[in-house]
Design a protein around this ligand. Structure first.
Ligand SMILES: Nc1nc2c(c(=O)[nH]1)N[C@H]1C(S)=C(S)[C@@H](COP(=O)(O)OP(=O)(O)OC[C@H]3O[C@@H](n4cnc5c(=O)[nH]c(N)nc54)[C@H](O)[C@@H]3O)O[C@H]1N2
Ligand SMILES: Nc1nc2c(c(=O)[nH]1)N[C@H]1C(S)=C(S)[C@@H](COP(=O)(O)OP(=O)(O)OC[C@H]3O[C@@H](n4cnc5c(=O)[nH]c(N)nc54)[C@H](O)[C@@H]3O)O[C@H]1N2
Ligand code: SF4
Ligand SMILES: [Mo]
Length: 733
């Protein structure tokens, strides 16, 4: 008899409800769960295809050891762990802990037991060379939150279900299903804003899927967001629409900010933003005049030259209009598992406490920017990365200047990848340790609850049982940590105690940590028998978990600064402000707009409903249909260069040149070209038959590891200077 298992999807932040039919430990079908209190039956094509990952014949089931020629052979877990232990210990003993670098990727953010154990492994190694996907999506937001509110994981969330004016900047929630705001079925939510008589304004260099369903779309030059947002606030000050006393009562530093804002008029910033000053002024007026407006920025604004400043300026706009913490404004979650607690106790709350060896880029939340990886591997000296561990990441395709990293990985002394595919990154590993994957593990979102305005504490049982010879991510990572002298908590004294307990038959299980995090969290029982709070046991009683309703309005309960105020002024942000001021000056002085090096176009990215960053391209249903890895070019640019639709062109940046198929479309603004990231699977064709058959090319072949955002060293993946020419012209030259 088939049984039904209800679980939320672990593929992205939306966490849509899925209904699995399972028989004999096999998944028969996956359906949307219309009773799910969050997603009400919404599911995207990736969620519907989730079982195809579990069943993919190309997914690794056993540890793989790399042969000299680059092929792989299966080895036992014992052999794999023994080898990893010997090699990593040896490299650490000879060259110090920093000689081992680590990168963990996006799927870990949806894997509670995995991410806990990544922390334990990092503590066991003791390396400062730790990197993650954060420097490709959120580090600027973390830094802005750290300075404004005192904690990297206190993030304002747009209350899109109650706003009447949604200013959406550099995000495409129609495709991404919302980042930094748990909101499955965004389409329906945006529609209701308009049905309520509200307005949706989308600010984007491309007429994205979200722009298409908005009331107004404003083209902005890539990287122009900080200037645009500052110009909005400037306008509000100038037109007397800010209440200075109200601002001073909640935030420190307003007077300095007001003085600095004078430089950022809509007129002076328009060269950088590409936005007509009259439009900026009108939008500022509309925003201040709306009843429940909210401004929201995400990955499109983080991954560019002024990412941290843009995230900060976004909050500034919400603060000066009294929208921070207000219903329908930018509100804060009060989650069952509180990420801000986790980062605080884990030592991850901070910025610029140390810097990378070669370029001196700062850590953010303990992570160094991923853009340093290749140079840290290539540059000799104490602290050089000689061994690398990647966990659920594919930095060759996801970080800037992938080809350089590809070459650097090849020269490492040792590499371990915890991943269930052989791909562009893991093919360099001496050892690949594959997890049984998510559906054979229990599930509870570790990070998303911190960006959800409805507090639901939820846990899901494994959909299928793992086989005896399979390991979960956490088991693999824990074993690696143990090989390096660590244990499950990452705290030496605690792990020692637990080591003794193990001798008496006690076994660690990540559920114990999850229970602890729930119980010490804002809704937990704090282990007090007379308190009614949340425990894992209680959460497990319902497949939909415990619904604690909407997060409370206000923001003081989320402020971590001791003086109880928002801190508007912080050194690194003020320095970025000065840089932007200077750039405005220079941009306005330039009479000719053409770039001196001929790189006269700006490359941006593009997400699609059926792609998930660099993976899932091995699922036939997700890659069928017409070619998606194409470069969007505006008709004016195409005509000027002599490009025709559907033909290849030569794309060139400072670091790379290659051919790309072109689609001529006025969806992008003139001067901007757009290529999705996560493609470029030619090197993996031997191991991923479907992905390899339609490889596409990697956008990050063209992005530049040496040009990063100035506050946190974020990868600049949007607004990369490029040149485009006809293939014929290049051949003739
Ligand atoms: N040009 C450009 N580049 C970008 C972006 C962009 O917009 N433009 N976006 C960036 C963003 S936002 C992100 S988050 C990064 C993502 O980049 P990464 O985090 O580096 O990688 P992913 O593409 O998510 O690949 C995930 C890897 O984890 C494996 N995997 C999947 N699930 C699991 C699991 O449960 N356990 C383990 N061990 N492995 C698993 C997959 O096989 C795959 O190899 O890319 C960034 N790169
Ligand atoms: N289907 C699907 N969903 C996903 C993912 C996926 O790969 N596929 N990835 C997940 C991940 S890891 C993340 S982090 C989220 C990201 O989700 P979002 O934050 O919504 O990011 P994107 O979808 O990349 O949308 C960014 C938008 O910014 C625009 N943009 C580019 N440069 C600029 C700029 O300089 N200024 C402005 N204003 N706009 C700019 C782009 O054209 C694009 O429309 O999505 C998640 N959801
Ligand atoms: S939007 Fe798609 S991938 Fe994301 S949680 Fe929902 S079903 Fe899964
Ligand atoms: Mo991301």
């Amino acid at each position: 008899m088939p049984t039904t298992v209800l679980r939320s999807c672990n593929l992205c932040e939306a966490g849509c409800g899925l209904k699995f039919e399972v028989e004999d430990n096999r998944i028969l079908s996956v359906q949307p769960d219309e009773n799910d209190p969050y997603s009400h039956g919404y599911v995207c094509p990736k969620g519907m295809a989730i079982a195809a990952i579990h069943d993919d014949p190309d997914r690794l089931r056993r540890p793989m050891r790399r042969n000299a020629g680059g092929s792989f052979r299966e080895v036992s877990w014992d052999e794999a762990f023994a080898l990893a232990g010997v090699r990593l210990r040896d490299i650490r003993a000879q060259h110090g802990a920093d000689a081992i670098g680590l990168y963990f990727g996006n799927p870990m953010v949806h894997n509670y037991s995995g991410i806990i154990m990544v922390g334990a492994l990092l503590n066991a190694i003791g390396t400062r060379n730790r990197t993650s996907a954060g420097s490709q999506d959120t580090s600027p937001r973390f830094a802005a939150s750290y300075y404004l509110y005192g904690n990297t994981l206190v993030m304002p969330i747009p209350d899109i279900d109650r706003t009447d004016y949604f200013l959406c900047i550099g995000a495409n929630p129609m495709v991404s299903q919302g980042s930094g705001m748990v909101s499955p079925d965004v389409r329906a939510r945006l529609r209701t804003i308009r049905e309520r008589g509200g307005k949706v304004v989308c600010v984007d260099p491309r007429e994205s899927e979200t722009a298409k369903v908005s009331d107004e779309h404003v083209f902005i030059r890539p990287g122009g967001d900080a200037a645009f947002l500052l110009a909005m606030v400037h306008t509000l000050v100038e037109t007397g629409r800010v209440d200075r006393e109200a601002i001073r009562s909640v935030a420190s530093g307003w007077d300095e900010i007001e003085r600095r804002l004078q430089a950022f008029s809509p007129e002076r910033t328009s060269t950088i933003t590409g936005v007509d000053p009259a439009v900026t002024r009108r939008l500022a007026g509309e925003f201040a005049g709306a009843k429940r407006p909210v401004a929201y920025t995400r990955v499109g604004t983080c991954n560019n030259a002024y990412g941290s400043l843009a995230s900060w300026a976004n909050d500034l706009l919400n603060i000066v209009t009294g929208r921070l913490g207000a219903v329908g404004g930018a509100m804060f979650a009060l989650p069952g598992l509180d990420g801000s607690q986790f980062v605080k106790f884990g030592g991850m709350n901070g910025h610029d406490r140390w810097r990378s060896r070669v370029r001196g880029l700062p850590e953010t939340g303990c992570d160094l920017p991923a853009a340093i990886l290749a140079e840290e591997m290539e540059t000799p000296g104490a602290g050089q990365i000689r061994a690398m561990i990647t966990v659920a990441g594919n930095p060759v395709l996801s970080t800037p200047n992938g080809p350089r990293l590809d070459r650097a990985l090849d020269k490492l002394e040792f590499m371990v990848a915890v991943d269930m595919y052989i791909n562009e990154t893991t093919r360099h590993a001496d050892l690949i340790l594959p997890p049984c994957w998510a559906l054979a593990e229990d599930h509870s979102e570790p990070v998303s609850p911190s960006v959800a305005l409805r507090t639901v504490v939820r846990w899901g049982a494994p959909v299928v049982r793992k086989h005896a010879d399979e390991r979960g991510d956490w088991e693999i990572l824990l074993r690696l940590a143990q090989e390096l002298g660590g244990g499950p908590t990452g705290m030496k004294w605690m792990d020692k105690l637990l080591g003794i307990a193990t001798r008496f038959g006690w076994r660690y299980n990540p559920e114990q940590t999850l229970d602890l995090l729930f119980r010490i969290g804002p809704h937990g029982d704090r282990y007090l028998p007379w308190k009614k709070g949340v425990t894992l046991a209680k959460v497990k009683q319902s497949p939909y978990g415990i619904d604690l309703g909407s997060a409370p309005p206000g923001f003081r309960h989320r402020l971590h600064h001791k003086d109880g105020l928002i801190h508007l002024v912080a050194g690194p942000l003020m320095r970025a402000l000065a840089e932007l001021d200077k750039e405005c000056e220079e941009a306005n002085r330039r009479t000719v707009s053409a770039a001196a090096d001929g790189l006269d176009l700006l490359l941006i990215g593009r997400r699609e409903l059926r792609s998930n960053n660099s993976w899932m391209h091995n699922v036939p249903a997700l890659v069928a249909g017409r070619e998606r890895c194409v470069l969007f070019v505006h008709p004016h640019d195409a005509q000027r260069i002599g490009l025709r639709d559907s033909q290849p062109a030569r794309l060139e940046s400072r670091v790379h040149a290659g051919e790309v198929p072109v689609r001529v479309t006025d969806e992008v603004m003139p001067g901007v070209v757009s290529l999705p990231h996560g493609w470029g699977h030619a090197a993996s064709a031997a191991w991923q038959s479907v992905a390899g058959a339609r490889p596409g090319i990697s956008a990050n072949d063209f992005t530049d590891d040496q040009r990063v955002e100035s506050v946190v060293g974020q990868s600049i993946l949007n607004g990369v200077p490029v040149r485009l020419s006809t293939v014929a012209a290049e051949k003739a030259a």
